[in-house]
Design a protein around this ligand. Structure first.
Ligand code: PEP
Length: 264
């Protein structure tokens, strides 16, 4: 279903009126983790002022350590929702556990993220395949492109064809960045599938100073959009502060991306 052989034309995935895979480069931005109502409100103001059209926020965090901050849960989804509806920015959040799907549907999360660690969680993929919400499917940290495409096929086989791939880098031998952004996956996926492909340069680089270069490279390589971590005060973030753009860096990146996006 996800193959271009079956569906030669590009598919456009609509997320509450925002199109992925069309002419525009879509930028999703927001905090890695929702912390407080104030922090979420500040992030939403920045996203809105920056002309980004979708708001992200992690409520359930898949941390490496069981003792690290795990997200504030349902309260985080509610705060994200409040800012989403206040500003007219569709909301995106990660579904970690199939038992929370009903809650995501009740709170009307506009786009469900399946994170890298769950890319091959077939039970979860099947469940989001049965609903009609758009799904962002992140690439597993060590997944081949065929495995990634087949994970999407699990979702599509259930009837939900509203899938957006998100490249976020893969595990490599190099310790100076978090993951190695695989830019080559963009042209390969654009060739193999009709579905949109976006890039998360924040989780790839893992360092805020790297994000602008990776973001620009992703757009130049043909990505349909970006997902960016931002924070009003990255040094005091509860999760992934090192990779979050501060307000000034975020505004500057958006300024730098505008002519690039327009030129494509
Ligand atoms: C995230 O987007 O918050 C996240 C945890 O990303 P990934 O699944 O790519 O690590």
């Amino acid at each position: 279903i996800v193959s271009r052989e079956v569906h030669p034309a590009d598919s456009v995935v609509q997320v509450r009126g925002q199109a992925f895979g069309g002419q525009a480069i879509q930028i999703i931005a927001g905090p890695a983790a929702v912390e407080t109502a104030e922090q979420m409100a500040q992030c939403a103001e920045l996203v809105k002022a920056g002309a980004c059209r979708l708001l992200r926020g992690g409520a359930f965090k898949p941390r490496t350590s069981p003792y690290a901050f795990p997200g504030i849960g349902v309260a985080g989804l509610e705060q994200l929702r409040q800012e989403s509806r206040r500003h007219g920015l569709p909301m995106v959040s990660e579904l970690l556990d199939v038992r929370m799907l009903e809650t995501f549907l009740e709170l009307d999360v506009d786009m469900i993220e399946i994170g890298a660690r769950n890319m091959q969680n077939v039970g979860l993929l099947k469940e989001v395949g049965r609903i009609n919400k758009p799904v962002i499917l992140k690439r597993g940290p060590a997944a081949t492109l065929t495995e990634w495409l087949m994970a999407a096929e699990h979702i599509a086989a259930g009837g939900n064809h509203n899938i957006i791939f998100c490249e976020r880098g893969v595990r490599s031998f190099e310790p100076s960045y978090r993951n190695m952004l695989d830019l080559s996956s963009i042209p390969v996926l654009k060739r193999e599938t009709h579905l949109p492909v976006i890039v998360d340069p924040s989780h790839a680089g893992g360092k805020a100073w790297m994000v602008p270069s990776l973001a620009k490279a992703a757009i130049a390589a043909g990505a349909d959009g970006l997902m960016l971590d931002i924070h009003p005060d990255p040094a005091n973030a509860w999760c992934d502060g090192e990779q979050a753009l501060n307000p000034q860096a975020f505004r500057q990146l958006l300024d730098e991306l505008a002519p690039l996006a327009a030129a494509l």
